[in-house]
Write a protein that binds this ligand. Structure first.
Ligand SMILES: Cc1cc2nc3c(=O)[nH]c(=O)nc-3n(C[C@H](O)[C@H](O)[C@H](O)COP(=O)(O)OP(=O)(O)OC[C@H]3O[C@@H](n4cnc5c(N)ncnc54)[C@H](O)[C@@H]3O)c2cc1C
Length: 316
């Protein structure tokens, strides 16, 4: 019933006018999402909202909740597939929340506070310039602070949760709660959050180190990624979580699925766990490829692959 009311509401002229006038940031109706998702697929979102400050985000979220309109928060759209029928409700993109601040701590530690829309790469750059160690593993991960924490992004044996001190969470009712890392429910490539809560920022605990060593680790990480990942194509990063003991990409390679193609969606020849968009792929092509891989891996290896990438929206 709540969803029905929200769907009707979002077509209402007064609702649209009020939403637009509520913030300085952009409010775009019937906005195609394929131009934002890193894999380049997705239908239209009923509305896309780009708040420019936390106060704007709070106002918008309260308004949507009051009118029972569904919403999701996104950052850099790099682990996201929006289906071809688009998203019924609001997609709130947090790229406009981009402040960073640094605070010195005892024993050569520093706290780096970053708002949700800050790119992980920006903190990596800061760490290279200022010689803050600990976040080098994030070099080349194209996500934002909010998305990285929600996905517990990681690489080469480290995860975001390892360097996290606390997060600011916008809860129902417009209150921001500061939650310490140990009170958060992290898992492999996942953070369980209460429905509707939005990460507005987070503090990372880094250690002052030797600039040259930090830069070297970043360069090494970027080099490994360039060698292994199909960076010349649009993709959503790893499609599947790695099952215990064996990388998903290796399983896909072993059953000969590298290069398999549906429409313009193709399993990368370079890395079996990446699906690349050759130009005009639809979300349906990517999802069909995902189902095909899951079926073949189950049949031939007896392993159920779990999808890592987030899938939202309606079928076309
Ligand atoms: C080329 C490439 C390489 C990649 N390599 C890696 C890698 O090595 N390791 C890895 O872990 N990932 C990797 N990824 C995937 C992706 O970059 C990470 O998962 C990243 O952290 C997602 O951040 P984002 O801002 O793009 O999130 P989005 O794609 O925008 O969102 C992802 C999910 O998080 C939710 N979300 C986003 N922001 C918020 C917020 N503020 N509050 C609450 N929920 C939020 C969204 O609703 C969605 O469910 C790669 C992707 C690409 C394209």
């Amino acid at each position: 019933m709540a969803v029905e009311k929200g769907i009707w509401m979002i077509r209402d002229a007064l609702f649209r006018e009020e939403l637009k006038n509520m913030i300085l940031g952009q409010v775009l109706f019937d906005e195609p999402t394929d131009r934002y998702t890193s894999i380049g697929v997705g239908g239209k979102a009923d509305v896309m909202i780009l708040p420019q400050a936390t106060e704007e985000l709070i106002r918008v979220v309260s308004y949507l909740q009051d009118h029972q309109v569904s919403f999701i928060a996104v950052g850099n759209w790099t682990n996201l597939i929006v289906k071809d029928g688009g998203y019924r409700g609001a997609i709130i993109c947090l790229k406009g929340l981009h402040e960073i601040s640094v605070e010195d701590k005892e024993n050569d530690m520093v706290s780096v506070y970053a708002e949700a829309g800050v790119a992980l790469g920006e903190i990596v750059n800061l760490s290279a310039n200022e010689a803050f160690g600990g976040i080098e593993f994030c070099a080349g991960i194209p996500g934002s602070v909010g998305g990285g924490i929600r996905m517990n992004a990681g690489a080469y044996g480290s995860e975001i949760k390892d360097i996290l001190e606390w997060v600011n969470l916008l809860e129902r009712g417009g209150k921001i709660l500061k939650v310490r890392r140990d009170d958060l429910d992290f898992a492999y490539r996942n953070l369980n959050l209460p429905e509707g809560s939005v990460i507005t920022g987070a503090s990372f605990l880094l250690r002052r180190g030797k600039r040259e060593e930090i830069r070297e680790r970043i360069t090494e990480t970027l080099g490994l990624r360039k060698k292994k990942h199909p960076l010349g194509y649009r993709s959503a990063g790893s499609i599947f979580k790695n099952p215990r003991g064996i990388p998903a990409g290796q399983l896909i390679d072993e059953i000969g699925l590298k290069g398999a193609r549906i429409g313009d969606a193709k399993i990368s020849e370079k890395h079996g766990n990446f699906i690349v968009n050759l130009g005009h792929a639809k979300a349906a092509d990517v999802l069909a490829l995902i189902e095909m891989v899951k079926e073949r891996v189950l049949k031939e290896k007896g392993i159920t692959l779990e999808v890592e990438v987030m899938i939202v929206g309606d079928n076309g």
